[in-house]
Design a protein around this ligand. Sequence first.
Ligand code: PEP
Ligand code: MG
Length: 898
Amino acid sequence: MPKYVYSLSEGRLDLKDLLGGKGVNLAEMHHLGMPVPPSFTVTTEACNAYLAQGREPDELAQQFDEHVAALEAEFGKKLGDPEDPLLVSVRSGAKFSMPGMMETVLNIGLNDQSVQGLAKVTDKPRFAYDSYRRLLAMFGKTVLDIDGDAFEHVLDEKKHAKGTANDLDLDVEDLADIVGQFKKIIETESGAPFPQDPKQQLRDAMLAVFRSWNSERAVLYRRRERIPADLGTAVNVCAMVFGNLGMESGSGVAFTRDPATGAVGVYGDYLQNAQGEDVVAGIRNTLSLDDLSEIDKPAYDELIDIMERLESHYRDLCDIEFTVENEKLWMLQTRVGKRTAEAAFIIAVQLLDEGVIDEKEALARVTGDQLVALMFPHFDEKADREQIGKGMNASPGAATGQIAFDSQTAVELAAKGTPVILVRRETTPDDLSGMIAAEGVLTSRGGKTSHAAVVARGMGKTCVCGAEDLDIDVKRGVMRLRDGRTLRAGEIVSIDGTSGDVFLGEVAVVAPPVVRYFEGELDQDGIEADTLVHAVHRIMQIADRSARLDVRTNADTAEDAARARRFGAIGIGLCRTEHMFLGDRRAYVERLILAESTQERQSALDALMPLQKGDYLEIFEAMDGLPVTVRLLDPPLHEFLANLTDMSVRVALAEKEGGVSESDEKILAAIERLHEQNPMLGLRGVRLGLTIEGLYTMQTRAILEAVAERRQAGGDAKAEIMVPLVGAVQELEIMKEAILGVVHEVSEATGVDLSDVLIGTMIELPRAALTAGEIAEAAEFFSFGTNDLTQTTWGFSRDDVEASFFTDYLERGIFGVSPFESLDQGGVGRLVKIATKEGRESRPGLHVGVCGEHGGDPASVHFFHDAGLDYVSCSPFRVPVARLEAARAAVGAADETR
Ligand code: PEP
Ligand code: MG
């Protein structure tokens, strides 16, 4: 027979799945001899059975009744006794705490008779009616789904009539009248009178708590926090102890350390003559724990003693709820408390220093996401601000500036020292200069792997993308808001890349010292002087000792490479070369595309070669001594030409005036010729290398000459040449032969031995993953391009889907998080595992990494560690996060703390 109900003495910490956090922690406090009111817990299994069958499981009622009887015996009072009733509370308690999401009903057991009994035995009629009106409101809201405003309204009216804002000014007559009105509301709204039978109240409340697992806000919270939907909630039934018995009673919440800053020392709020809900609701100003020590020293001393014991028992910051009933302290709840990112690092190091936890555990107590939060400037939450939109939190940070609808304006304004936000429907490679100049980027289209998002993240630039309620009309230079207002160029907006919020006007920001630390701007004294920086420093030292997975960076410029190196990258895992074909160099690309003879094409390539070589020289210098993986050109060539529509208009206008230039005509023809319906699946990657003769060999020559030159100058350049978008080993074999030819030539010409330069490939197509064994015969290393691998495995266009239907997919639970953001472990991840295994079977010791966006995502880093990869590569700003998560994965920490 399934066991659906557990007494306090049967509870154990390892039964958290079954009894929920609150249930096991109550039992734990009971075992520690702390004053916990008699209680029992109904399991999550009972909840799941109820939700699945739509009715209580058969065995529950009997077990429930037995435990109620035991509670009555222990407390010496009976539920519904009209003279001296036992009252109970019903609270939810899931495995993971979901603050404010689930329901509670207090004071169950009161009815028209027992309220009088309670008034008599306590000699406190005001207290009895105060408790009854609370029960009626909570029962009405939670069990009967009546709008809470109806009850609030009655209470407010009463206070208004008395000319007070304070509940405590209501006397027993007022409360009795309120009770009458509340009962009427219940009868009118639910069609039945408030149940007078306490057993029915109790059962109804339990079922309502079960149902609240699927309330809209609970569902939303779980999705956000990635809590599985099938856990269910336990229900805790607890004998009531009263904080609202008078001024010698009260309720409070407390933390064993400051959860906002991590500062040592208890911290809490206390409210006299109140029940727990009043403390969090903020209806009266609370007192501090110091005040409690003046009001009731023995209760305070006992509380402090219990808090110390709880902290050493749980070896972590705990938060608690407590009640003082007529000067007697009762513990209602404890749990390992939630804390800010700052507090998480500080507390982990404090506990390490105190010898409470070891290094491994310290790593488990912080997360990469928390580190991210510490690295980006953030808006001051206390500042005045008006939110005008919300998009995807594409790249964290806080940026404020004048709206610029085009890159040129952004560059011009920035040159004058004016901060700008580049506001576009979406961005293209042409916007790079504007993005660099801007403080932040705001788009109304595109998801987390859209151009704006990827580039901004790479640059550590704040970005909010896909803010669909902002209608951005770049042509007319206006941004229309939902309410019809319009903003024009030059007006100020603020964007929060950590939350996706967009604000009107300037919002004050706070600068992060943690970035100055990673930048190497702080000396030892500077590190010691800042508690947070010191804590981050300690954790990072431990992390680097513990990790197995290496962390490289995705960097295309010497500046990014240098920063990533300061941030702890041990090489470049992906140097994309496309930006090297933009700007002034476009003219050469045009010449390359329009070339009508081998000679013309070669001359365009010859012109590009020294420019590329210059780029590589700088990057090799910045990464001296560390490996640099350079990827040969990937995007389709037409991306470097003018836009089809713009060019068509230009040619049409010129035709009208009778003077189209020959080159414009040729360019338009080339654009039309190269136009593709699905450029992402078209002539790009190695296909381009095979089609445009001389392109990849030119790039190879530029790389190798730069390596040779650095080595001749005493440097230590280490290059790896990477061929993108290979689907068949034959493609790689042909390219490899051509590359080896250049290796031979450059070695001969320079006299520098280049035989150590590795030639490898990206694995970013399912076919490549499934034939990895063959591909590894030609490839000297693998790097998973998980952006394209996700796109091609799912058949999702990475530029389109996130902004179009992903919200719906997320809401329907098709996935909990975008597979472009966190690796789809069951699908794309499976391909990664297969390719790694089969690649290494055919080439033992094959070096394998990942360079897609997932390389900087905590959950994905854990997956890559487990899959046995050698390194992850991510944008410079994510390098510290990846270092931390690589270590956390190595010590077996979960990919998040809860
Ligand atoms: C990838 O596809 O994961 C990758 C790193 O290449 P890109 O994003 O440049 O296509
Ligand atoms: Mg790719």
